[in-house]
Structures are given as C-alpha cells and as structure tokens.
Design a protein around this ligand. Sequence first.
Ligand SMILES: NC(=O)C1=CN([C@@H]2O[C@H](COP(=O)(O)OP(=O)(O)OC[C@H]3O[C@@H](n4cnc5c(N)ncnc54)[C@H](O)[C@@H]3O)[C@@H](O)[C@H]2O)C=CC1
Ligand SMILES: O=C([O-])CC(=O)C(=O)O
Length: 327
Amino acid sequence: MSKTPMRVAVTGAAGQIGYALLFRIANGDLLGKDQPVHLSLLDLPQAQNAVRGVVMELEDCAFPLLAGFTVTDDPKVAFKDADVAILVGARPRGPGMERADLLSANAEIFTVQGRALNDVAKRSVKVLVVGNPANTNAYIAMKSAPDLPAEAFSAMLRLDHNRALSMLASKANVPVADIEKLAVWGNHSPTMYPDYRETTVGGKKIASLINDEAWNRETFIPQVGKRGAAIIEARGLSSAASAANAAIDHVRDWVLGSNGKWVSMGIPSDGSYGIPEGVMFGVPVICEGGHYKRVEGLSFDDFSKERIKLTLDELEGERAAIAHLLK
Ligand SMILES: NC(=O)C1=CN([C@@H]2O[C@H](COP(=O)(O)OP(=O)(O)OC[C@H]3O[C@@H](n4cnc5c(N)ncnc54)[C@H](O)[C@@H]3O)[C@@H](O)[C@H]2O)C=CC1
Ligand SMILES: O=C([O-])CC(=O)C(=O)O
C-alpha cells in the first residue's frame, strides 16, 4: 500500500444504512481503488456489540484497502483526525413524538457531534449528514463547529437526485448515464423541488422529449418527494442500500470530482438565488479538485419560485424551532 490511509468516520455504524455503507467504503467505492481507509465507527453504548459483529464481518472480507478500525461510543474518539465524516446515526421519530420533539432530540446529537468535529477532525474534513432531518442536522453541526469552514458541512440530497434521474430516464426512455443538468432544490423532505427545466439528454432538453407538464407537477415532483415514505410502506423499513449508495456518490464526487456533471448537494447558502445565507439548502453543484461549486445564473419561472419558497419556508421553520438550542 503506497498511499497514507484516509480516516473515514461513520456514525450509526450498527444501523441498516451503516450495514450497506461500510463494506462499500472498505472496497474502495468511496475514495478510490488505490486509497487505503481507516474506518472509525461510532454508535451508542448499547449498540457496541452489534458494531463489533459488523467489524468481524468486515475482517472476514479481507479487503486489501482496509487499513484499520476504531470502534467507539465517543464522538471525540471517532472524529479524531477524520478526513471524511458520514453522520448517519440519528434519533428516529418514536410513537407520540411531534416533529418539534424530533428536531430537539436530533439537535442535541448534532450539537455534540459538531463540537467534537470542531475539536478533533482534520481542518480539511468533509462532513455529510444523512440522519434526518438531514438539512437541519447538518446546519446544527455546522453552527456547533465555528473553527471549521462552513463549506465542510453538507446534507444528503443525492438520494432524491438519483431517484429523480431514474424516473426521468424511465419516462423519456433514455439511459440514466446520458442525463445531464438535473437539480434538486431545498430540503430533504417532501417539499424538495426536483427540477428538470435545464436537464438535457445528448444535448436536447429532456422537457421537450417528455413534453408533459402535468406529469411533472402531478406525478414526478410528488413521487420523488414521497419516495422515502413509499419504501417504508413497502419494506417496513426505510431506504438503506439506496441511501448508502447515495452517500457514496455524494462523498466520492466531492472528493474525486463529478467530471463536469451537475449533482445536488445540501450546502450552506451563500445568499444566491434569494436563499438566506447559511441555510442548508439543496442546490446543483459541480465538484472538482475536492471542492464543490454552485451552478450559477439559473432563472426561476413562477412555478419554480413557488416551489423554492415552499421548501425554504419549511427549512426556516425548522431553523426557528431549534434556534434556542444553539445559543
Ligand atoms: N438523507 C437521506 O436521504 C436519508 C436519510 N435517512 C435517515 O438516516 C438515518 C439512519 O437510518 P437507518 O440506518 O435506516 O437507521 P437505523 O435505526 O437502522 O440505524 C441508526 C443507528 O444510529 C445509531 N445512533 C442513534 N443515535 C446515535 C448517536 N447519537 N450517535 C451514534 N449513533 C447513533 C443507532 O444506535 C443505530 O445503530 C435515519 O435518520 C433515516 O431517517 C434514511 C434514508 C435516506
Ligand atoms: O424518511 C426516511 O426515514 C427515509 C428517507 O429519508 C428517504 O428514504 O428519503
């Protein structure tokens, strides 16, 4: 092994997304087939035994790129010198729990984890928040880590992006790989706005191939938005393999580049597109050289303005609900 191992921390390592994610990271899908990794696995004290079981299985794969493990219930141990941190572990909504209770329970987790990242992670760390409510959890972690650049923090919209790509490919009867310039705006929730007004296939606008605005408004947008709930309904469990796959796509492109393609990431707003600065908002980006760059200069028609407002209002509401916890 010639390269120095990169340290990848994963929280919620004993959970179902963790189980679909860790083996792919160890196999080189995240950082490249020549990049050794050290995995730092964080989960709650009561899940430590389960994490050890996952570690046994990782060992039994004899992955050539897997340079070592840390297993812990202490965020400061897990995030020590982390190059990448994928924050999956979160408090699920329990019976009788209101959305506000869910936001506060998760605010506590992501305040602690943000502070730990601030104290011990590499200054160049890249943080992806998957655990729901992902945008607001990422916002809380970012606000709890004042010594790290805001650009270190992101929320996962890539599963929505991939869901939208797949639906468009099927509707227009074209290969997924040929689709370019898709955007998913806003919150990872049913208010998100998957937007194919700029999307092309082989240089042609996919909107003109599909030519069905009613399908866009009445089928595409609601189905992308509610896909997570449809999977929970069908599987009795939330999306795990597709969520892990999206997390890999998100971090791989951020680190290694998106080859000029648009991808959607939840990132702190710089004030563009009328989104107030700091709001963790899904936007189209192009990744290159370890950085993302927002796609600029897009315009919104009246329908798009309404959709952006809807998802922004929801995010602003979430931000207001946890504001007192950040003081
Ligand atoms: N952003 C996205 O597109 C998606 C987000 N999700 C979210 O991802 C999260 C995880 O999903 P699953 O793996 O299916 O859940 P799961 O319940 O199978 O696993 C969650 C794991 O996190 C651990 N955990 C809880 N609190 C923790 C803490 N403070 N520190 C460390 N670990 C902690 C639990 O012990 C458990 O092992 C959920 O919040 C889910 O809603 C799921 C699919 C897509
Ligand atoms: O709602 C959930 O817990 C799962 C989720 O985020 C998704 O599948 O998009």
